[in-house]
Design a protein around this ligand. Structure first.
Ligand code: SAM
Length: 142
C-alpha cells in the first residue's frame, strides 16, 4: 500500500513471493511501478492498482504479507484495510512513521487486533514496525 516506485512489491516477488498487488493513489507512481516491475522481469507477478488503499483499492484478497509505506496520518487511515487484508497468521510491515508517532500509529492498529511482534527498525528517526494478529494465533486459527 502506497507502492510509489513499486520497489517493495518487486522485491517481494524477487525474494520468493508468488505474486504481489501494489496500490497507490498517485497515477504517476502507478505508471512508474508498472514500468519498474516490467524492467525487473516481474510484470506478470506484480499487479499494480491505482486507488485509495483506505477505500479497499487493494482488495479483494487476504495476504500473507501486507506492507504499508506512508506517512503517519495515512498509515492510520489504511489500518482497517491492512487488518482486513491480512490472512490468518499474516504479517504487516508498517513504515514511514517518525519515532515520536509510533505509539499513535500502533494504537490504531492495536484497536483492530494487530500487535507489534519483534523489534522496530529505526533509521535516522524513521521507524518500521512489524504487526500480526496475535488473537487469531492464540485461538489456533494459524
Ligand atoms: C513514502 S511513499 C512510498 C515510497 C515507496 N516505498 C518507494 O520506495 O517508492 C508513499 C506513497 O503512498 C501513497 N499513498 C498515500 N496515501 C495513500 C492511500 N491512501 N492509498 C494508496 N496510496 C497512498 C503516495 O502517493 C506515495 O506514493
Amino acid at each position: 500500500m502506497g507502492c510509489g516506485s513499486g520497489v517493495l512489491g518487486i522485491a517481494a516477488v524477487r525474494l520468493g513471493a508468488r505474486a504481489a498487488v501494489a496500490v497507490d493513489v498517485d497515477p504517476a507512481a502507478v505508471a512508474a511501478a508498472r514500468a519498474n516491475a516490467d524492467r525487473n522481469g516481474v510484470g506478470r507477478r506484480v499487479a499494480v492498482v491505482v486507488g485509495d488503499a483506505a477505500e479497499g483499492a487493494a482488495s479483494p484478497g487476504r495476504y500473507d504479507l501486507v506492507m504499508a509505506n506512508m506517512l503517519s496520518p495515512e498509515l492510520r487511515a489504511v489500518a482497517p484495510a491492512v487488518a482486513a487484508g491480512l490472512a490468518p497468521g499474516g504479517v504487516a510491515v508498517v513504515a514511514g512513521l517518525l519515532v515520536e508517532q509510533r505509539f499513535d500509529v500502533l494504537a490504531a492498529y492495536r484497536a483492530l487486533g494487530l500487535h507489534e511482534v519483534g523489534d522496530p527498525r529505526t533509521d535516522e528517526g524513521w521507524t518500521a514496525v512489524v504487526l500480526s494478529d496475535l488473537s487469531r494465533q492464540i485461538a489456533g486459527e494459524v
